[in-house]
Design a protein around this ligand. Structure first.
Ligand SMILES: Nc1nc2c(ncn2[C@@H]2O[C@H](COP(=O)(O)OP(=O)(O)OP(=O)(O)O)[C@@H](O)[C@H]2O)c(=O)[nH]1
Length: 425
C-alpha cells in the first residue's frame, strides 16, 4: 500500500456518523439499538453474557436486547441534567455514535441538546399505530436542530404481517405532513427490531422492499457535505504572547477552525472590529504551546499587529458573516424557571459571552400541532421564535448556514445555569 493509500484509508476510517434515535415510549428504540449492536457484532462478549443472564433471570425466552441501552448516564452541563447516553460502535465501514435520548416528557430539551451535532435522526414509528402526534414532534425537532438526514423506521412490521400496504400508507402520511419542514431527505425503512428483519440482515419476510437495510443506509449515507465547508470561521480562544526574549514579538491566535479553510497569504478580517490583515503562518502543533491538541485546532499568525482578543472572530475577507446587536432566533427553553422577559441573560456564542435581553417573543410553537401561538413567557421544553438584543456586537451566521456560528446558549447570570439553547434565523 502506498503512503497516499494509507493516508486515504486512515481518513476513511476516521469518518464518524453521529445519530439519534427518536421514538415514543415502547416504539422499540432500545430494542432497535440493541439489535443494531448485536447483529453488527459490536457488542463485547462480556456485555452479552451479562444480558443473557439478566434475561434468563427475568424468565424471558429471548435475549432482551433493550437491556443493552438501559442505564442512562446523567450528563451535567452548566447546571442542567440532560439524560443523553452516548453509545459507540463501529463496523469495518464506519464509526458510529448514538445519542440515546429517553422518550419521556423531558424529551424536547434532551433532543435539542443531544441532537445538535447529529448527522442523522432515526424516527421510529410503530407499524400498528402509524404516524402519531409524537412522530410529527420528532420530525419537527429534527428539522429545527438542522439534522441533515432523517430515517423513518417503521418498526414492528411482524405485528402487521409484514404488510406492504401498511408501510406505504405510513410513508404517504409522513411525507404529506413533513413536506413543509426544511428536511433534506427522508429514507423510509420497514423493519422488525425484535425479529431482526431489515436492521442488519434483510431477513426473508420483507421481500417486496428493495431499499437498503438500516445498517447499510447508516454505513453509506453521504455525510461529507453535512457541514459548512465554504465560510472560514475562526473564533479566537486564546491569544498567545510568549514572554521569552527571542519570541517577544510573537502573537499567535489560538482556536478551532469551525468551518471553511484558510491558506497562507489569504486576506482576513477581524470581527467585530473590521480590521484587516493577511495570514502569515498556520501552526498546526499547539502542543508546543502547552495546549492540548483537538481536531482542527490551530494557531494563526497574521502580518500586522492588530488588537485581537478572545471572542473575536477571524473570517476570510471575501466570506463575511453578519455583525449586529439584534437578531431573531428559535429557542428551546431548558430550565424549570420560566423565561423572564425583563431580565438580562448571558448569551454564550462561540468563544464569547455577551449580555443580552430576549426583547420579544414573536410566537411560540405548539409542537403537537406545529401551530404558532402568542406567548408572554416560555416554560421548560417550549420552543419559540424570539428577538434578542445584545449589548455588544455579535458576529454570526444563520443556523441553517452554519451550525456552530449560528447557535448559542442562554445562561442565567446568578446561578450560571443554562436556561435555553438557540438557533439563529
Ligand atoms: N413484536 C415486536 N415487538 C417489538 C419490536 N420492537 C420492540 N418490540 C417490543 O416492544 C416493547 C418496547 O420495546 P423497547 O425497545 O423497550 O421500547 P422503547 O421505545 O425503547 O421504550 P422506552 O425505553 O420505554 O422508551 C418491548 O416489549 C419489545 O420487545 C418489534 O419489532 N416487534
Amino acid at each position: 500500500m502506498s503512503v497516499i493509500d494509507s493516508i486515504r484509508l486512515e481518513h476513511e476510517q476516521a469518518k464518524l456518523l453521529r445519530f439519534i434515535a427518536a421514538g415514543s415510549v415502547d416504539d422499540g428504540k432500545s430494542t432497535l439499538i440493541g439489535r443494531l449492536l448485536h447483529d453488527s457484532k459490536s457488542i463485547f462478549e462480556d456485555q452479552l453474557t451479562s444480558i443473557e443472564r439478566t434475561s434468563n433471570k427475568r424468565g424471558m425466552e429471548k435475549v432482551d436486547l433493550s437491556l443493552l441501552t438501559d442505564g442512562l448516564q446523567a450528563e451535567r452541563e452548566q447546571g442542567i441534567t440532560i439524560d443523553v447516553a452516548y453509545r459507540y460502535f463501529a463496523t469495518p465501514k464506519r464509526k458510529f455514535i448514538i445519542a440515546d435520548t429517553p422518550g419521556h416528557e423531558q424529551y424536547t430539551r434532551n433532543m435539542v441538546t443531544g441532537a445538535s451535532t447529529a448527522n442523522l435522526a432515526i424516527v421510529l414509528i410503530d407499524a400498528r399505530k402509524g404516524v402519531l402526534t409524537q412522530s410529527r414532534r420528532h420530525a419537527y425537532l429534527a428539522s429545527l436542530v438542522g439534522i441533515p438526514h432523517l430515517v423513518v423506521a417503521v418498526n414492528k412490521m411482524d405485528l402487521v404481517e409484514y404488510s406492504r400496504d401498511v408501510f406505504e400508507r405510513i410513508c404517504a402520511d409522513f411525507s404529506a405532513f413533513s413536506k413543509d419542514l426544511p428536511l433534506r431527505g427522508i429514507e423510509y425503512i420497514p423493519l422488525s427490531a425484535l425479529a431482526g428483519d431489515m436492521v442488519v440482515e434483510r431477513g426473508d419476510r420483507l421481500d417486496w422492499y428493495k431499499g437498503k437495510t438500516l445498517l447499510d443506509f447508516l454505513e453509506n449515507v453521504d455525510i461529507d457535505h453535512d457541514w459548512n465547508t465554504d465560510d472560514f470561521r475562526f473564533p479566537v480562544q486564546w491569544v498567545c504572547r510568549p514572554q521569552t526574549e527571542e519570541m517577544h514579538d510573537f502573537r499567535g491566535y489560538m482556536g478551532r477552525v469551525e468551518s471553511g479553510s484558510i491558506q497562507k497569504g489569504d486576506a482576513v478580517t477581524v470581527l467585530p472590529s473590521g480590521l484587516t490583515s493577511r495570514i502569515k503562518e498556520i501552526l498546526l502543533h499547539p502542543d508546543s504551546f502547552n495546549e492540548t491538541s483537538v481536531p482542527q485546532s490551530v494557531t494563526l499568525t497574521i502580518e500586522d499587529h492588530l488588537d485581537i482578543s478572545r471572542g473575536d472572530m477571524l473570517v476570510k475577507t471575501s466570506e463575511q458573516p453578519t455583525v449586529a446587536k439584534e437578531f431573531a432566533a428559535m429557542v428551546c427553553w431548558l430550565a424549570e424557571q420560566p423565561l423572564d422577559p425583563a431580565r438580562k441573560y448571558i448569551i454564550k456564542h462561540t468563544t464569547r459571552m455577551l449580555k443580552g435581553l430576549i426583547s420579544q417573543i414573536d410566537y411560540r410553537v405548539n409542537i403537537n400541532t406545529l401551530e404558532r401561538e402568542a406567548a408572554d413567557t416560555l416554560a421548560m421544553n417550549e420552543i419559540a421564535r424570539v428577538s434578542i438584543k445584545t449589548q455588544q456586537f455579535i458576529v454570526f451566521d444563520s443556523y441553517a448556514r452554519n451550525r456552530i456560528t449560528g447557535s448559542f446558549i442562554v445562561i442565567e447570570e446568578v446561578t450560571n445555569n443554562t436556561v435555553a439553547a438557540g438557533m439563529i434565523c
